[in-house]
Every structure is written in structure tokens, then in C-alpha cells.
Ligand binder design. Structure first.
Ligand SMILES: [Zn+2]
Length: 631
């Protein structure tokens, strides 16, 4: 494992990301999730793809028998590649022999399907199939390629260049040959190839991959895609990237495109483009993002809604959009050095990514609504879900983008926790871990992070490697952490949200401790978010909490719950409780009228326990809500 085993490796920027060879997650809930991911999720995903014939698509393509035999969606190839990316990171993370074997098997299945000129896709181009690139709006060929490139980068950075990496390079050469100036001067409907090409350029040093990515970014928004029912904003072809003022359209597409555009901007030293993307990110976070960090508030088009259109029950908040948001925020953090991007990463990791996968690693949420009105039914473990929204986590989906996205994110998570600059280490996420790196002058420094965060607010950073000379330890202080303190030896001082910096000579065994208050707190919404006016939520540290009917007295429906925000939420026996009342719904009647007509009497008072939103629906069908109406 090399120190450069990381998902994103920009050639410049104020912060240098630390890779899997420099950061090891050593314990806590993320370590457990990584273990389950490696031991259960990868095999689970691989099994479904075999069973549904998605891997056999490549075999049929190579054998000339694909027509009439293709299984799954037209982007099923991308799911195989995304799973391979997860496997590559897992081999790098844990040395898993099982993941290595599966990766080799899949490489052997895919390789014969590549055509002589490098083209690789199971849906287009053969006799009896539509012509290559004849449906750039919906065909997903370049999208698939982007995931292939990311998987190849993961492979090259963990194990080294092999047959699979060679396959990806031939595809990339083909894309450059085909979509360069004088070729097909258009873009693909689903962004992803851009960030894949940049990362492959970073890995191989191949300038034309970067040039092609820059070309795709420049062309986007110039109307090279045809009209579709959702409108051109759906695939961000309505406005050139640098002229837009907010993210819009299909949320996953928007996030992947913006992430790729940051990559291009960093490598081409286009600071104006970075500034434009930061401004779009600010507007989107201020007006189009859920409390969970989730993005996408309409099921139609899986898309961003208008400003402040954030209905909790109709939230789409696709798991992949959350992961795309993490990918974008990480790139912006590296490009700017600003800790606010790490704040959103934390919020999204704990409340979207951690929500998707069940503890068994074999069931997933696709959509992540903040309010479940109807208790659902337990899904079959033998049938893939045909829809994105469900009331319980599903084993698999017809459109299966989310499970493998979670898998690759968890397997590479160590690559998103910490950075270095010339003078020291910056720790952005508090996970039990060991971080070692080399800073300017070839100086080796290292720390061990011990913490029960986010359930406990004490984060201890112990120096395990140092040369006795001064260096800088920077700790992120989350925006909600009023009253945080840093203890350094005998000194203890208050620190404001942002970052806390300790700059001094260290000796091995020195400890710096960050204390963040985790008192549960009421959170109120901007009054312009109509759908949750009159509601409040409870957060504890980075965790968004929710009420779930299985915890309510008599398992009453969450819609009857009213909370009293004049009483602070309180920690009680490992749970958080709020003062509440339950309404008596009476019988059905016309639900509009004068105050007296629609008033519902209070049935009783109660103290109601809340739980972390990422834990909801783990105990069977229930109703649930994050935003609780106030009395
Ligand atoms: Zn998805």
C-alpha cells in the first residue's frame, strides 16, 4: 500500500489529502461499517449482479450473443465497475483475498468484451444493437466509462497497474479519439466521465485525458444534448457551468459534474471556475439542502427543487446524491482549505451515507425521506425493488446505483478524513484512527486518534511520531460546537467553530484533546421552507435525530406528535428525550375550516425518545419523522 492510495489526488491546492497508506481507521462505528462492507456487501452486490445477468452481459457481448440477452438497465456495466472500485479499495484497505479474487474474475469477464479500438459497452455498437453514441442523452456510455476509470485508478493506486488498468486506458484513448475537437463535439447525458478522466490523467500523467475532461466541462451547458421532457436543466445542459448560480436538475448528475469541474479547474489553474462552483455550492447549501445533508427534493427527475422547496415526506435525497455531495465537498476542501466543506461532509456521512446501509450490509435505502407517513411492508430478499422509494431498506434495486456507491465510499473512507500541508496535519473527521505522513523537509509525523465520537465529545490526539521540531496540528471544530475547548498539556482553552490550531514542538506521547459539547439541541428551519414551518428537529453533535413510531407510547403514528421546544431535549439512559403531547385525531371530517373546526384536542402528555435518523427502520415497519410539529 502506497501513501498515495487515495480517491482524489490533485496536483495543487492548500491541502494534500492523506491516502489509505497514511490513514488507518482503527475502531468505532465506521470501522464496523467497513468490516461489514468488506465481509458482506461486496459479495452481496456481486451475487445480485451474477444472478440478474449483469456480469454475463459482458460474456454475451464478447460471444456475439448479446442481442436479445442483455439484462438490466443500459447502465448496468457501471454497477459492475463501481463494485470493482469498491473491491479495489477493499483490497488496499484490508488485503482481502476474497475481494482480490472477485476483482480478477470480473476483469477476466470484462476483458473479452472490449473491441479492437478500445470501445467497451454491452448495449451499443454491435450488429442488432443501436449504433455507438446514438443516444447521448440516455445511453450512459460515457457515464459507464467514467466509473471504469475511477475503478482503474483505485486499482492502480492500491495494487498497481494490471490488465484492468490497461483496459481502462484503451477506453480513455478511444474516448479522446472520438470526442475530441473535430470528433463528436457533444457531451454525455450523465456526467461522470469528467472526473474519471481527470483522475486517470493524474494517475497516468496522460495530458490528453485531462484535456478531454476540460473539453467536456467547457461544452456542458451549450445545448449539445437534445430536448427531453424533464428539460435541459435535468442534465445541466441549460447553462454553461461557469455561468450557473445554483445546482439544479438531477441531483446526482449535478454533483458528479461539479466534482469533475473542480478537478478540471484545479488542474488547469482556472481559479475563476473554482470560485463559480463555490458560489453555486453556497447557494445550494443555503436553499436546496436537507438538514441531513441530503439533496434532491423531487421524485420527478430525481432532482433539486426550487429554492426552499424541501418537503420532508417527499424528499428524494438519493443516497448517491449524498455521496456525490461528499465527493464535491472533499474536492472543494482540498482546493480552498476551508473547513466548512468538511462540515457538510460530516453531516452527510452521518445522516445520508450511514442511513443507507443496514447493519447487515445487505439492505439499502435509495431515497432517504425525512418523514415516513405509512408503515411499509418487509421487502422480499429474493426480488429486486423496481422503485427507488421504499419504507424499509431493500436488498437490491432494478436501478442499483446506490449500494455499490455506498460500498466504494466505505472502502475508501480513510481517504476522506485528514490532510497535510507543508507544516502539519489537519484532522477533519473524528474517527478512531492512526495518521502518519511526511511533511516538508522529509519530516515524519504521526498521531493516533482515540474517541467515542459522535456519541462522546472527547477526541484525544496522541503524538506517535515526531522529530521534536515544531509542527502544526489542526482540528476542525464543527459549526454547532459552541463551548468547545482544546486541552493541550495543562492548558485548556475555548475554541470557536472553524479550526483549532496547536503549533509547537511535540514529543512522542504528547496529547491534545478536543472537547465538543454534545448536548442535544433544538434546530429550527428557515421560515421560507414552507413544508416544515412550525416544526423543530433535534440534533446531537453531527447526528440528526428522529421520532419513530415503534418508540412511541402505544406505537402511535408520528403525525399525532407535538413537541414543546420550551423544554430542552435531554440525554436520558443513552437516548434523547423531548417533552411532547399527543393529539386525539377523532373521526374523519373535512380537514379545513375555522380554528374550532380543525382543532384537535390533546390526548395526553408524554416524554418521547428520539433516535439517530441513520438508525431508523431497523426494527421493522414504522412511521418516522425528523421535523416535529411544535405545540
Ligand atoms: Zn443511487
Amino acid at each position: 500500500m502506497t501513501s498515495t492510495a487515495l480517491p482524489v489526488q490533485p496536483s495543487r491546492g492548500p491541502l494534500r489529502p492523506l491516502g489509505l497508506g497514511e490513514v488507518e481507521i482503527t475502531g468505532g462505528e465506521w470501522a464496523l461499517r467497513q468490516q461489514v462492507n468488506g465481509e458482506a456487501t461486496l459479495a452481496h452486490c456481486h451475487g445480485w449482479m451474477e444472478r440478474l445477468g449483469w456480469t454475463a452481459n459482458f460474456t454475451h457481448a464478447a460471444a456475439g450473443t448479446i442481442v436479445g440477452n442483455h439484462q438490466g438497465m443500459m447502465f448496468a456495466d457501471s454497477d459492475v465497475y463501481k463494485l470493482m472500485e469498491a473491491m479495489a479499495w477493499e483490497v488496499g484497505r484490508s488485503g482481502s483475498a476474497d475481494a482480490e479474487r472477485r476483482f480478477g474474475e470480473l476483469t477476466a469477464v470484462i476483458a473479452p468484451a472490449q473491441e479492437a479500438d478500445g470501445y467497451l459497452n454491452t448495449v451499443f455498437g454491435r450488429a442488432g444493437q443501436p449504433q455507438r453514441y446514438s443516444d447521448l442523452e440516455w445511453g450512459h456510455e460515457l457515464y459507464n466509462d467514467g466509473h471504469l476509470f475511477q475503478a482503474a485508478v483505485a486499482r492502480a493506486r492500491t495494487v498497481g497497474s494490471d490488465d484492468f488498468v490497461a483496459i481502462a486506458r484503451r477506453v480513455a484513448d478511444h474516448v479522446c479519439d472520438t470526442f475530441g475537437e473535430g470528433g463528436i463535439e457533444r457531451v454525455g447525458g450523465h456526467p461522470e466521465v469528467e472526473l474519471g478522466l481527470v483522475e486517470l490523467a493524474r494517475q497516468t500523467g496522460e495530458q490528453r485525458y485531462l484535456d478531454q475532461a476540460a473539453t467536456f466541462v467547457r461544452r456542458r451547458g451549450t445545448g449539445t444534448l437534445g430536448e427531453i421532457p424533464f428539460g435541459q436543466a435535468y442534465f445541466q445542459d441549460d447553462v454553461p457551468i461557469r455561468d450557473a448560480d445554483v445546482f439544479r436538475g438531477h441531483a446526482v448528475r449535478a454533483m458528479y459534474l461539479a466534482a469533475g469541474a473542480v478537478d478540471v479547474a484545479v488542474e488547469t489553474e482556472d481559479d475563476e471556475l473554482i470560485e463559480a462552483l463555490v458560489a453555486q455550492w453556497e447557494a445550494t447549501v443555503a436553499r436546496r439542502t436537507y438538514l441531513t445533508g441530503g439533496m434532491g427534493s423531487t421524485h420527478t427527475g430525481e432532482a433539486f427543487g426550487d429554492d426552499f422547496m424541501l418537503p420532508p415526506d417527499r424528499a428524494y435525497s438519493e443516497t448517491c446524491a449524498g455521496i456525490g455531495s461528499v465527493m464535491l465537498a472533499w474536492r472543494l476542501l482540498l482546493a480552498t482549505g476551508e473547513s466548512r466543506f468538511a462540515d457538510l461532509i460530516e453531516r452527510t456521512l452521518y445522516n445520508v451515507v450511514a442511513t443507507s446501509a443496514a447493519p447487515d450490509g445487505r439492505h439499502f435505502f435509495y431515497a432517504n425521506p425525512l418523514h415516513q407517513r405509512v408503515p411499509g411492508s418487509v421487502p422480499s430478499d429474493d426480488v429486486e425493488s423496481k422503485r427507488a422509494s421504499s419504507s424499509l431498506r431493500e436488498p437490491w434495486f432494478l436501478v442499483a446505483c446506490c449500494p455499490t456507491n455506498v460500498a466504494r465510499t466505505l472502502a475508501s473512507l480513510a481517504g476522506y478524513l485528514a490532510t497535510a500541508d507543508g507544516t502539519g496535519i489537519q484532522i477533519h473527521q473524528y474517527v478512531p484512527s492512526r495518521i502518519t505522513t511526511t511533511i516538508e523537509g522529509g519530516r515524519r509525523i504521526g498521531v493516533e486518534v482515540t474517541t467515542g465520537y459522535p456519541h462522546d465529545g472527547t477526541v484525544t490526539v496522541r503524538v506517535v511520531e515526531t522529530d521534536g521540531q515544531p509542527w502544526t496540528l489542526t482540528l476542525r471544530v464543527p459549526p454547532w460546537a459552541d463551548g468547545a475547548e482544546v486541552a493541550d498539556g495543562t492548558e485548556r482553552r475555548p475554541v470557536a467553530p472553524g479550526t483549532a490550531v496547536v503549533d509547537r514542538p511535540f514529543t512522542v506521547g504528547d496529547e491534545v484533546t478536543l472537547h465538543v459539547p454534545l448536548t442535544p439541541r433544538w434546530t429550527l428551519p428557515d421560515p421560507r421552507i414552507d413544508a416544515i414551518r412550525g416544526c423543530a428537529a433535534v440534533e446531537r453533535g453531527p447526528l440528526v435525530l428522529c421520532a419513530e413510531s415503534v418508540d412511541l407510547p402505544g406505537q402511535r403514528h408520528v403525525d399525532l406528535l407535538r413537541v414543546d421546544t420550551s423544554v430542552p431535549p435531554a440525554d436520558r439512559d443513552g437516548s434523547v428525550v423531548v417533552a411532547a403531547k399527543f393529539l386525539d385525531p377523532g373521526g374523519d371530517s373535512w380537514p379545513y375550516g375555522a380554528a374550532a373546526d380543525v382543532a384537535m384536542p390533546v390526548a395526553d402528555d408524554a416524554e418521547v425518545p428520539l433516535l439517530a435518523y441513520n438508525q431508523w427502520a431497523n426494527r421493522g415497519p414504522s412511521t418516522m419523522r425528523v421535523w416535529l410539529p411544535t405545540v
